[in-house]
Structure formats: C-alpha cells, structure tokens
Design a protein around this ligand. Structure first.
Ligand SMILES: *Cc1c(COP(=O)(O)O)cnc(C)c1O
Length: 398
C-alpha cells in the first residue's frame, strides 16, 4: 500500500466523522456581486451573513477606484514591500488609515490574519507577557502562539480575571505586558470593555491592543470603531483591522499604532517581509472605502435601524438571541445539527445564513450568526423576518 493510501483513508474517515457530528462546512457558491441580495444557483437570496456592514463591497465608487488603479498600475507588484513592492498607493493607504484611526502610522499586511500573525513575535520576547481574552479571534491565538512571550488568558470581558492575570504576569516578573482583545467579538457581537481595560492597563503598566475587524468603518463616530464608541479613545495603543469587511470587502489587513511599533514591524514582521504586497487596485479601493465610510452617517443610521428592527422582531417571535448592540445578531440553537437544519430551512426560503458550530464557537453553543448591512433594504429585512418565523415554526425552534 502506498503511504498516501493510508493517509487518504484516515482523512476520509475524519471527514465522515465531521459530517456525522454536524460540523461539516459546505460552501455556498455565489454568482453575483456581494450585496444585500446575492444569486445562488440562479436564485436571488437575501444575504444575512456577509461582513459587508456598510454595503461597500459593490459600491460603484469603490469599484471605479479599483478599476482605475488596475488599468494604470497592472495586476500587482510581484514583490514584497521591502524589495520593490512598495507603491505610492500603499503609502497613501497607510497614511489614510493612520489619520482615520488617529495613530502615528500604519502598516499594511496581506490580511488581518497576517497582521495578527506577525505582531506578537515581533514586539515581545520571552521576558514579556501577553494577556489575551479567551474569545479572541483565531488569528490572535495563533499569533500569540508564535511569539515567545508568556501567555495569560482572561475569561471574556471579565475584568476581575484580567486583573488577576495582570498580577500574575507582574509576579512572574514580566518586562512588558500587552493586553489584547477583539474590539467586537465576531461570534457574539459583544463589545470589549475598553475603558475598564485601559484603566487596568494604566494601573499595571500594560500596552493595549485591539482587533477592530468587526468595528472599523461602521461603529462609533465616523466609523472610527470601538475606541470612539466606548470613550476609550486614544488610550488604546495598537489597532489591527481589515479591508476585507466594512472597508470595501476586498482584502488586506493593517496595524495602526505608535511610530516605533510600525517601524519595527516593517523590519521584522514575517508575514510582511515574506509575502507579496497588496495589489495597487486593492489599495485604491480601500482608500475610497475609507473616504466613503468616514462620511457615511446615512449608511450607519440605516444599519442601526435594520439591526433594531430585526432584533426586535426575532425576539418577539421567541428566538433566543445573544443580547448586544452591534449588527451581529446571533440566533442560538445550541445543537450543531439543529443549527445546520435551521440554516438549510432558511436557505430553502431564500435567506442566506450560515450555521456556526465547533470549532468556530464552543461545543454546545451552535448558532446562526446573522449580520445586518446597509446594503439591505427594509423589504429584505421583512422578508428575512418572515423566513425566520416560518422556518422556526416548521422546525419547532419557536
Ligand atoms: C475577519 C477577522 C480577522 C481576519 O481578517 P482577514 O483580513 O480576513 O484575514 C481577524 N480578526 C477578526 C476579529 C476578524 O473578525
């Protein structure tokens, strides 16, 4: 028997088990632009699972800016940044992000996954401590694993536990301490308690870093994110984020922060040094998206109104929702197979949703995570509410 036969058999058995557990992720193939309604196998569906909070993914101005750069500058740089991959549009996007988020400077990455993957090992050594929220995104968890810093975890948004962990790090003689949290937790929609976190950071002389992937562009004044929303403001030191969600939906990540942080990342962050630069067309689209987002109070108001409406209607119908104020509205089913069944029933009714189960959320916490978008109309929201009530009754969920 070839070695591959053994491995292939093992993997097939694993896949069967994933299916039996209701954890198999199948991909929905979309044939249209990413917008309020999408086409799946020729059929229009209301889309409640994109991170397209302001509806900029198909915005004509964003598309036009990208096309203009594509025509002028070609498909890409064919180089990492430090060799010959740095384009004027990269510098312009970095300046734009830094200004928008009120930081000294910013650095681009191929994704926020890469940004979070590269920052911890660059900034911290074995004498240092990272204190990380247990619900943080996988990219933070992996980035922390790659660093040699000592690791401390605090129960999500539990300030007493955070303080215990800060004390533990101090007792262990940490040289530098860095607290890291998602600004908005993607699976629950919770907002981090930034003012309290910053108070503790001040008391224990820790640096504060937040991941703003589910906040930048749509939350807070001018969409500047959770530091503005919570009043923590500039007490947050370092911000990571993405251009793959609210800010145009294409791709790319960034870190914004104090000058020496950005400068050392350019020298040492491995995903920056060893991976191709963003295409100039993507940078041009992101610059336009930020320009629009900054002024988009109308879109943010529509997003808030959809959120309030959808949340109220589902709660009234008897669904079990995770409480919160962001456009992330998780509908709890707890059981993975049930969540998959509900997602399928909703798709049959023309609403595209996704069921989330382990390992994306803890075991026994399966859910359908719905996300509102300014790209949705009031009619789309009503259609989705009707579908939820119909499917929920059919399956005995409500
Ligand atoms: C989406 C997301 C990321 C990854 O961003 P990409 O740019 O898609 O790699 C990182 N952190 C959080 C909290 C996210 O939601």
């Amino acid at each position: 028997m070839h070695m591959m036969d053994g491995l292939a058999q093992h993997l097939s058995a694993e896949l069967e088990q994933i299916k039996a557990d209701g954890l198999f992720k199948s991909e929905t193939v979309i044939g249209s632009a990413q917008m309020g309604t999408v086409t799946v196998a020729g059929r229009d569906m209301v889309n409640l699972c994109a991170n397209n909070y302001l509806g900029l993914a198909d915005d004509p101005q964003v598309v036009e800016a990208s096309i203009a750069a594509l025509e002028k500058y070609g498909s890409g740089m064919a180089s990492v940044r430090f060799i010959c991959g740095t384009h004027e549009l990269h510098k312009q996007l970095e300046t734009t992000v830094a200004r928008y988020l009120e930081k000294d400077d910013a650095i681009l990455f191929g994704s926020c996954f890469d940004a979070n993957g590269g920052i911890f090992e660059t900034l911290l050594g074995p004498d240092d401590a990272v204190i990380s929220d247990t619900l943080n995104h996988a990219s933070i968890i992996d980035g922390v694993r790659l660093s040699k810093a000592r690791r401390y975890r605090f129960h999500t948004s539990d300030m007493d536990d955070l303080e215990l962990q800060l004390k533990a790090a101090e007792d262990d003689g940490a040289r530098f301490k860095l607290i890291v949290t998602d600004g908005v937790f993607s699976m629950d929609g919770y907002i981090a308690k930034l003012p309290e976190i910053c108070d503790l950071a001040q008391r224990y002389k820790a640096v504060v870093m937040i991941d703003e992937c589910h906040a930048t562009g749509h939350l807070g004044e001018k969409g500047k994110g959770t530091p503005h929303l919570t009043g923590a403001g500039n007490r947050v030191d370092i911000i990571s984020g993405t251009f793959g969600k609210t800010l145009g939906g294409a791709m790319g990540g960034f870190i914004a922060g104090p000058q020496p942080v950005i400068d050392i990342l350019r020298q040492r962050a491995r995903p920056y040094l060893f991976s191709n630069a963003l295409p100039p067309s993507v940078a041009a689209g992101a610059i336009k998206a930020i320009e629009i987002a900054e002024k988009a109070d109308d879109r943010r108001a529509l997003l808030a109104s959809h959120t309030a409406r959808f949340r109220a209607a589902l709660a009234e119908a008897g669904f079990d929702l995770v409480p919160g104020e962001t456009p992330i509205i998780p509908v709890m089913l707890y059981d993975a197979v049930k969540a998959q069944g509900m997602a399928k029933a909703l798709q049959d009714r023309g609403v595209l949703v996704s069921a989330f189960s382990f390992p994306v959320v803890p075991k026994g916490k399966a859910r359908i995570r719905t996300q509102m978008s300014a790209g949705l109309t009031d009619e789309n929201i009503d259609f989705a509410i009707d579908a939820f009530i119909g499917a929920g009754k059919d399956l005995g969920v409500i």
